[in-house]
Design a protein. Structure first.
Length: 519
């Protein structure tokens, strides 16, 4: 049975999605060597995305991928990884840095940067931003991977960032942490919700529910964008997104489903980019929703053995998707493929269910799925549910939009047991693992898991980190607190006249800073 629910509510509290734990390529790097657009041609670009804007603009307050992707164009970070390589950090607002000790880093800041409201950037802004984002100065949900970090102002353009213990992913976290005006962080919270004030290459000038409009920041410290007006618009239906692209009403679309790939490939005016995203898609279970799930490992294993993942990837998601071999994304640093793989073993699943001696009501549960976001999400969940029925389970599918799914997943009155959701990260193992920790809502009180996550974060030697994350992944696979499915396919399509668009699989980066429409 399938139920359809819709929600127009925007949720500001903790949400899983989606997404952007960290963004490796920020919206402007100051490079001067990019090609130039045709002279005297207005540059207006429309980008249609598959996730609605379900959060507000309060810095560090949500994990909405849609909002963060827009924010990357309005805010700058201290450092960046413009090609996605974690071994190749590059300056951004910080011109240089050095490791003073295992727990102290010093950063020199640019002295020619102003916020959108005209305030000059100083060390005070960095201090306020990092201490809030890291949780040092209060509760924060922006980046779950941060350790509380205290910032010392050495002078107006020099800061020292200190953590109580060594913090291995320091630069990775900084590359995803926007620097916000200290004055605005101390001001009216409602103003922060609706008026983002960054130093980035674009300014927000229109903030409708489903449409976010930005204009080039003419006072940008780096290369001023070629695009004059950049519009991000949520369109849930993938067919509508594709039709708009092919008709010239849009310049780029994301989350292209596999049934559209052949059509787009055949169009000489369209460019397709399809890669395996650094994003784990699971059936996530909120603690407290299912007593038998929390207390009975046989039931958890039976669920994981009740369906086959490879056909989901080969026949439904397709593109760059890949079967999950771990609870960390396959392209994550320190990834280790787990054995034996979770695959359909219906006889073993039935044996486990019999051994679990479940009450009949435990075999009935809801699986929630969002339409129009993750490609082929509904058919994927339908295929899983159909196979579950073969071993005597009675799942009911509830389809909704992203906002509705998030609302139910994180509500005390939520009714779902499983949620078809994803978690994207930078490629560092820490932000990929921390979503399963006590820092977030998916944690089941697994003390050993928490210990390993903490060790991975505080161990600086790469070889030792590799050993820790190998044990962590093995432990997670054995406990199976959630149901790993696959790594997302990231497929972005755009008109071939749109040049300079940067698409990276890490955290689903789509960077328009140096993009332009050619003749």
């Amino acid at each position: 049975m399938r139920t359809v629910k819709r929600s127009g509510r925007i949720r500001r509290s903790l949400g899983l999605l989606l997404a952007l734990g960290l963004v490796l390529a920020a919206c402007g790097d100051g490079d001067e060597g990019a090609a130039a657009p045709p002279p005297d041609v207005p540059q207006e670009v429309r980008f249609l995305i598959a996730e609605n804007f379900w959060a507000d603009w309060r810095p560090y307050s949500s994990t909405a991928q849609s909002q963060r992707r827009v924010e990357r164009h309005m805010y700058d970070m201290l450092v960046q990884f413009p090609d996605g390589d974690l071994g190749n950090p590059q300056p951004m607002l910080a011109t240089s840095w050095e490791i003073v000790s295992d727990t102290v880093w010093e950063f020199e800041l640019r002295d020619d940067v102003v916020f959108h409201d005209g305030q000059p950037l100083t060390a005070a802004d960095v201090k306020a931003s990092i201490e809030l984002a890291s949780g040092f100065s209060g509760d924060s949900a922006y980046s779950l991977g941060w350790a509380p970090a205290q910032v010392e102002i050495v002078d107006d353009h020099t800061v020292r960032i200190s953590t109580e213990e060594p913090f291995a992913p320091m630069l990775a976290e900084l590359s995803g942490t926007p620097i916000v005006s200290a004055a605005w962080l101390e001001g009216d919270e409602s103003r922060l919700e609706s008026e983002p004030n960054g130093t980035g290459a674009f300014k927000l000038v229109g903030d409708e529910v489903n449409i976010k409009t930005m204009e080039a920041n003419q006072d940008y410290w780096g290369q001023v964008p070629f695009i004059d007006t950049l519009t991000w618009e949520f369109i849930q239906d993938p067919q509508t997104r594709m039709s708009a692209l092919l008709s010239g009403q849009a310049h780029a679309i994301d989350r292209v489903p596999p049934e559209q790939i052949a059509t787009l490939e055949a169009d000489e005016n369209v460019v397709l980019n399809s890669v395996t995203g650094v994003e784990s898609v699971n059936l996530w279970v909120p603690p407290g929703r299912s007593q038998v799930w929390e207390e009975n490992p046989d039931f958890r294993l039976a669920i994981n053995l009740s369906f086959d993942r490879q056909p989901l990837v080969d026949n439904l998601v397709m593109g760059g998707s890949a079967v999950a071999g771990s609870f960390l994304p396959n392209n994550t640093e320190f990834y280790v493929e787990q054995e034996p793989a979770f695959t359909a073993d219906l006889d073993r699943a039935r044996e486990l269910l019999d051994a679990a001696d479940l009450p009949e009501e435990a075999k009935e549960f809801e699986i929630w799925v969002a339409e129009g976001f993750l490609p082929r999400a509904v058919p994927v969940v339908e295929a899983i549910a159909s196979q579950m029925e073969a071993i005597g389970l009675r799942p009911r599918i509830v389809s909704t939009d992203v906002a509705g799914l998030i609302d139910d997943a994180f509500s005390e009155n939520g009714t779902g047991t499983f949620y078809h959701l994803s978690w994207a990260s930078s490629g560092d193992a820490n932000p990929a693992a921390v979503v399963y920790s006590s820092a977030f809502a998916w944690y089941f009180g697994d003390e050993r898991l928490q210990e390993l996550i903490d060790l991975g974060r505080t161990t600086l030697d790469p070889a030792e980190r590799a050993e820790i994350y190998a044990e962590l992944q093995s432990h997670m696979w054995e406990q199976a607190w959630h149901v790993p499915l696959y790594n997302s396919d990231l497929t972005v399509a755009h008109v071939n006249s749109l040049e300079g668009l940067v698409v990276l699989p890490q955290s689903f980066v789509t960077n328009f800073h140096q993009a332009f429409l050619a003749d």
